[in-house]
Ligand binder design. Structure first.
Ligand SMILES: Cc1cc2nc3c(=O)[nH]c(=O)nc-3n(C[C@H](O)[C@H](O)[C@H](O)COP(=O)(O)OP(=O)(O)OC[C@H]3O[C@@H](n4cnc5c(N)ncnc54)[C@H](O)[C@@H]3O)c2cc1C
Length: 292
């Protein structure tokens, strides 16, 4: 049945992470509520009907952004708008701020959070692709304590993560951009929502004019962010502006993309084609930035 009102639920407001974990681990189906921009529509259409909503909004410090040695730590409750406008993020990891600024529209950016985006695991979401390309780490709290998971291992399927029941994302850490590195994110966005129909994030290191390391991740095409190591290898040891190497990387992208999503807006074949083109654009721009 399609409705516009959610089923009845209990509302609890956690005052700290420990309480949130305890409430989420209790009996019955409990869900964390962050920005609500993905969860509430699902509840209104009754695709999900949790018995309890655990509001994270009262947890002081959960949205803080800080520098932590050689990494930048972004609290799970940081909104897309706060990440996009943070001077710390813009100076230490500009790619993260750029990606946040491309999410949805101002309303979505003002409410949606980085933790909610990663936990929701929408194949068209921007952060999962970008944070995986940056080799980010996700901190998770659960009843058994805290653990860290590589961002590339967090999402295991469409709207599916490796989070255990009751676990809460508390923060995301990405390395501070080092000299000689360049990063870029390019997406073909859906004209209505802004979600990625296909996207590519590239992070490269250039030393002495040639690329010494490259990481490429494709989003929006299959159910998960796809780490395209074989394609990225095509630009390693090539000159930073070697167009043949960038073209070879783009051509290899398709090899790693099986089971492409297919819908009324874009066929799987079109998504895979876009991925190859966007990968080249992202690599080219990352190389340019690394050498600028
Ligand atoms: C019109 C529209 C356009 C959008 N366009 C884009 C876009 O272009 N790009 C993009 O990336 N996204 C887009 N989004 C999604 C948006 O970024 C959402 O805000 C995001 O997906 C979910 O974040 P949230 O904070 O709103 O999470 P919520 O809706 O509160 O929660 C989403 C899910 O994550 C769980 N959850 C929330 N926080 C945590 C946590 N800390 N730990 C564990 N689980 C948690 C919830 O229980 C729920 O299952 C769009 C959304 C809308 C409505």
């Amino acid at each position: 049945m399609y409705t516009q009102t959610p089923a009845a639920f209990d509302y609890r407001r956690a005052s700290d992470v420990e309480e949130a974990v305890r409430l989420l681990s209790g009996d019955g189906d409990a869900r964390a509520l962050a920005g609500g921009h993905s969860l509430v529509p699902l509840m209104k259409t009754r695709f999900v009907s949790p018995a309890t909503l655990v509001d994270l909004g009262g947890i002081v410090g959960l949205g803080d952004i800080s520098e932590d040695g050689e990494s930048l730590r972004v609290g799970a409750l940081a909104t897309h708008a706060s990440v996009a406008s943070s001077e710390l993020v813009r100076s230490r990891c500009p790619l993260l701020a750029e990606a946040a600024a491309q999410i949805g529209d101002p309303q979505v950016r003002n409410r949606g959070t980085i933790g909610g985006s990663l936990a929701h695991a929408d194949p068209g979401a921007d952060y999962p692709t970008v944070v995986a390309a940056l080799d980010g780490r996700v901190s998770v709290a659960g009843s058994g304590g805290e653990r860290e998971v590589a961002a590339a291992d967090l999402i295991v399927g469409v709207f599916t993560t490796s989070l255990e029941r009751g676990e809460l994302i508390t923060s995301v850490s990405v390395p501070v951009a080092a000299a000689g590195t360049g990063a870029a994110y390019v997406k073909h966005k859906h004209p209505a929502s802004g979600y990625a129909v296909a996207a590519a994030a590239a992070v490269v290191t250039v030393e002495g004019g040639s690329c010494s390391a490259a990481r490429l991740v494709i989003g929006g095409v299959t159910g998960v962010p796809e780490v395209a190591d074989a394609a990225a290898a095509a630009v390693v040891r090539a000159g930073a502006s070697d167009e043949a190497a960038i073209g070879a990387a783009g051509a290899k992208v398709a090899d790693g993309l099986s089971g492409a999503l297919d819908d009324s807006y874009a066929s799987g074949e079109y998504r895979v084609h876009l991925a190859g083109v966007l990968a080249q654009r992202a690599l080219r721009e990352a190389m340019r930035r690394a050498t600028a």
